[in-house]
Ligand binder design. Structure first.
Ligand code: OAD
Length: 237
């Protein structure tokens, strides 16, 4: 049996990170077209760099920690590394901090930057400044967050598609189902593998009609329970 898990901002909400579209979410305070598109970066790179510098800094706040949902998924992946694919839309590092060994970050990672000149991707824990030099091609004014902005192609789509070709259970956690192509992965899991599809969310979602089962409630409570049940049902055999 194989399970593909897709997580969204809701799984990190109880860890202290704001979601995007809930009341008080990030897109209430910032306009997507000003901070999260390639056009915004070229028009006002400092504003965009600052937006992501703030998000990156926040990951080091003492209060920001993985929660029970991150830990339960990490444990499942450790026990059944070949049967669990963990895909996240999140750019935080909470899955890894909980111990997940392989995470597909389809929307990029805050702790990485990329050179627009030579394409080099490197780890970055500090702020990115326009004046920083790429360590590979030595150009300046070319470093950007390794984040997939609106209008750009998500990462690792080929790996994601492979996982959906042999997927028995598709589990979506804490995502509003409003950003594509992530919102279509559930349908692909159905079309390609006739997977059993489950979502865990505190609220109804935009792509909810694609799911066989809806578990309404918080990720930190329901994810560990769901995984315990899955193991009891011997899904891995
Ligand atoms: P959203 O902010 O759109 O949705 C968060 C979802 O989490 C909502 O459906 C909430 O109901 C749910 N939620 C909140 N707290 C929860 C909890 N404790 N337990 C379970 N569910 C909870 O975030 P995403 O769907 O992840 O992309 O957003 C998708 C993409 O849109 C992001 O990756 C980002 C954003 O723009 C880029 O920046 C490219």
């Amino acid at each position: 049996m194989r399970i593909v898990v897709l997580t969204g901002a809701g799984i990190s909400a109880e860890s202290g990170l704001k979601t995007f579209r809930d009341g008080g979410g990030l897109w209430e305070s910032y306009a997507i077209e000003e901070v999260a598109t390639p056009e915004a970066f070229h028009a006002n790179p400092e504003l965009v760099l600052n937006f992501y510098n703030e998000r990156r800094k926040q990951l080091f706040d003492k209060g920001i920690k993985p929660n029970a949902a991150h830990f339960a998924l990490a444990e499942l992946q450790k026990q059944y590394p070949w049967q669990v694919t963990l895909i996240t839309q999140n750019v935080d590092n909470l899955h890894e901090r909980a111990g997940a060994t392989k995470v597909i970050h389809m929307h990029g990672e805050l702790l990485k930057m990329r050179c627009e000149q030579c394409g080099n991707v490197s780890l970055q824990e500090k702020d990115i400044s326009l004046e920083d030099q790429c360590t590979k091609c030595l150009q300046r004014k070319c470093l950007r967050p390794h984040i997939v902005w609106f209008g750009e192609t998500p990462l690792a789509l080929a790996d994601i598609q492979v996982s959906l070709h042999s997927c028995d259970v598709f589990l979506s956690i804490g995502t509003s189902g409003s950003v594509y192509p992530a919102a279509l992965l559930v349908k692909m899991a159905k079309d390609l593998s006739n997977a059993y599809t489950v979502e865990i969310n505190t609220n109804p979602t935009e792509n909810g009609h694609f799911f066989d089962k809806h578990l309404q409630g918080s990720a930190s409570e329901l994810v560990p329970k769901f995984i315990e049940q899955l193991i009891q049902d011997k899904f891995y055999e």
